[in-house]
Each structure stands twice: as structure tokens, then as C-alpha cells.
Design a protein around this ligand. Structure first.
Ligand SMILES: C[S@@+](CC[C@H](N)C(=O)[O-])C[C@H]1O[C@@H](n2cnc3c(N)ncnc32)[C@H](O)[C@@H]1O
Length: 377
């Protein structure tokens, strides 16, 4: 058996994902918004879902519809037997992440068409049809449409893989876990460094670094995956994949991970997330302004996502903070060191007073941001 997968990620981060998939022993090919990879079995699907830190979803390709139009999409989907995916009548949804076809500029229309075709086939075959639940479906399919073809896939992740399970309450302006992992990798994080996030908020950088340092598979806390409802799913195989991942978790190496957070609510949530991630002894956090706090060690890796003021005129307020960050990077680090700042404001980035060696455009929370990486000598 050979399965074609498409692992999706935040656009712009395809290269990091490609490296991650290759490091798991596969041969990925970069595409738009993700990487394509051929694998041998559903076990590989489980491995990718459990281990990939930077992917959003792993889609399992089912079939293509050439030169799609309303009739051809409906008929091609109606012709398939969908019963194996719907044995106990789970709720379902169709996701249309991308449509660039003049007839289907409205992705909801494609989703509706595909859902009707699938439900009509099921009703004809079984007398029953599944209910649609777009918020928390139990089974999800994905359709990507362009003028040449429509590609239909089974979503083996279901919930985005960024939802690791350690953060249950929402903090203000949280960073997606998969994005934080990708940014750590882009900045060259290794477990030996002394890492500081001076404005750590919900602690996503700290926790993701902790998971990398302890070789903890990011999906180990998750309960839900789409592949659990694939017709070929075997629980024994899945338990084996999980057991191997548990066995690979190692103690914390020589490095250090610590952060500062001055907001009381964020600090409380931060402590809870660290505990849930099982990293209480590995990550140190201080409830204070980083400018007033005493550093427990001199860092050589600073990574942070400071506030930047989304509304017009708000950025001015944060200028002193960015200048302090610049001072911290220049004078408060053990050289050679790395600095890395994700911000949505170019003028504020300039206040840091250092020239980035790399500027990477990143979409964060629907905003165009820049990830600046500094070499500190
Ligand atoms: C954009 S949020 C960071 C989000 C974080 N990356 C996450 O994953 O949740 C910025 C955080 O910096 C904190 N902050 C702002 N100024 C600070 C300072 N001087 N010292 C410590 N924390 C600060 C804010 O309270 C806020 O929680």
C-alpha cells in the first residue's frame, strides 16, 4: 500500500516542515502551504501526527476530480462508497482550505456541494445520513479546488496539530504552538542553550522549547486525531507508536529555559500550562517585569513576541519596551548569542537598535508580522 499525504503548515514555513518530515525518515516535496510525502501505511500517518511540531494538519489524499465543475464534483463524490468512514454515524464536516476556481470563489459553496453528495450516497446506501458539525466534527474531509483539479482528502488530524492539549484557557494574543515551534527551529534552538523569553505571556516558546529539549512528541497529550476513525485504523498499532514515543522522552539536558511575565492572569495560566505539559521542573518563570527581575543565568538565546499595539498610534507606548529588549540582547547575553523577535510593527523593531541577520515574514493571528533574527557577538 502506498499513501499520498499532504502535511499543511502556515504559509512561509514550508521549509522547516520539510526538514522535520525528512528528519522522521521520509522524502517530502515542498508545495504551497505544506509538503507532500508518500508513505507506506497508516502507521506512518500516526507517526507524523504524533511527532510533527510545525504541521497544522496531515491530509490523506483519496482521489482527484479532473476539470472540476458542479456536476463532476457531485458525481465523483456520489460514486464513492463512504460507508467505511461512517460506521457509527459520526458527525462530519468538509473543510475547503483553498479554492482558486472561477466557479467556486465561495468555498462554502464547494463544502455544501461535497457534503450533499456524500450524504446522498450514504442515505441511498444505508437509509441514514450523518449530521454536520462544522465546529467539532468527528470526521472531516478536505477539498482543495483549482481549475485543473479538485483534490479530495481525509483529514487525519481533525483538530489542528498546534492544539497540543497543554493550553486549555486562552491568554491574550497567544502564539500558535506549531508556529512557536517553527520559529524556535528557524532561530536555531538547540537544547544546550540558555533560553530566555522576557515577555513570555502564555509561555508557548518556553513550553515548545521544553518539549524539544526533552524529546517529547508534541502530540502525546492529545486525545483526538482524525485517523482514529479511518477504516484501517488498528488500536494496537497506535498504542505501539505512542509507547515508542513515551520511551524516547529523555531528561532535560544541560541547557536552561526561563521567562518573565508581568501580567498576573497570564502568569497564572502560564504556570498551569507548564504543569500540564509536564515541564514544571524544567522551566523557570518569574512574575515580574523583566527589567526589574534578576536573571537566574546569563542567556545566550533570547526569543520573544512582545506586544506591538495593533491599533493605530498604540505602538508608541511600547517603544521603551523594545529599547529595553535591545539593551538586554546587547548587554545581558553571553556571547556568541542569538536574539529573535516576532513583531507586527517595523518601527518598533527598529527601536531594538540592532540589525537583524534575517527577517522572515510570518502570518500570526491574521496579522502580517516579521520574525527578526539577530546574531549577537
Ligand atoms: C504578545 S504577548 C506574548 C504571547 C506569548 N508569546 C504566548 O505564547 O502566549 C506579550 C506578553 O508580554 C507581557 N509583557 C509586556 N511587557 C512586559 C515586561 N516589561 N516584562 C514582562 N512581561 C511583559 C505581556 O503581559 C504579554 O503577556
Amino acid at each position: 500500500m502506498s499513501l499520498k499525504l499532504f502535511a499543511t503548515c502556515t504559509p512561509g514555513l514550508e521549509e522547516v516542515l520539510e526538514q522535520e518530515v525528512a528528519a522522521l525518515g521520509y522524502s517530502p516535496k515542498q508545495g504551497r502551504g505544506g509538503v507532500e510525502v508518500m508513505v507506506a501505511s497508516l502507521k506512518d500517518v500516526m507517526i507524523m501526527n504524533l511527532h510533527l511540531r510545525t504541521a497544522s494538519r496531515v491530509l490523506l489524499h483519496l482521489f482527484d476530480i479532473d476539470l472540476p465543475n458542479k456536476q463532476s464534483i457531485y458525481h465523483a463524490i456520489c460514486e464513492r462508497d463512504w460507508r467505511p468512514f461512517f460506521r457509527d454515524l459520526p458527525t462530519m464536516a468538509i473543510d475547503v482550505p483553498f479554492s482558486s476556481h472561477p466557479e467556486f470563489t465561495n468555498s462554502l459553496y464547494v463544502a455544501q456541494l461535497a457534503k450533499d453528495a456524500m450524504c446522498d450516497q450514504l442515505r441511498k446506501a444505508t437509509g441514514e445520513r450523518p449530521s454536520v458539525d462544522t465546529k467539532a466534527p468527528q470526521v472531516q474531509f478536505s477539498i482543495i479546488v483549482d481549475e485543473e483539479k479538485a483534490s479530495v482528502s481525509f483529514d487525519t488530524s481533525l483538530e489542528p496539530l498546534g492544539k497540543r492539549g497543554y493550553r486549555t484557557e486562552s491568554v491574550e494574543a497567544p502564539l500558535k504552538e506549531s508556529l512557536a515551534a517553527a520559529l524556535l527551529m528557524l532561530a536555531g534552538y538547540t537544547p544546550e542553550v540558555i533560553l530566555l523569553d522576557p515577555c513570555c505571556g502564555g509561555g508557548t516558546f518556553l513550553i515548545e522549547a521544553g518539549l524539544i529539549a526533552t524529546n517529547t512528541a508534541p502530540g502525546l497529550l492529545r486525545k483526538t486525531f482524525g485517523f482514529l476513525r479511518h477504516p484501517d485504523f488498528q488500536d494496537e498499532e497506535w498504542q505501539q507508536v505512542r509507547q515508542q514515543a513515551f520511551a524516547a522522552v529523555r531528561g532535560f539536558p544541560h541547557g536552561k529555559i526561563f521567562g518573565f511575565e508581568k501580567d498576573p492572569k497570564s502568569y497564572r495560566l502560564l504556570l498551569r500550562s507548564i504543569a500540564r505539559a509536564g515541564l514544571m521542573g524544567e522551566i523557570e518563570v518569574f512574575h515580574t517585569d523583566f527589567r526589574d527581575g534578576k536573571l537566574p543565568a546569563v542567556p545566550n538565546f533570547i526569543i520573544t513576541n512582545p506586544p506591538f499595539g495593533v491599533r493605530l498610534g498604540e505602538a508608541k507606548r511600547w517603544e521603551p519596551l523594545y529599547r529595553s529588549l535591545g539593551t538586554l540582547m546587547k548587554r545581558g547575553t553571553q556571547k556568541p548569542a542569538v536574539g529573535a523577535v516576532l513583531t507586527g510593527s517595523t518601527p518598533l523593531a527598529k527601536e531594538i537598535g540592532l540589525k537583524p541577520k534575517k527577517k522572515i515574514p510570518v502570518s500570526h493571528g491574521g496579522l502580517d508580522c516579521t520574525f527578526c533574527i539577530y546574531d549577537l557577538f
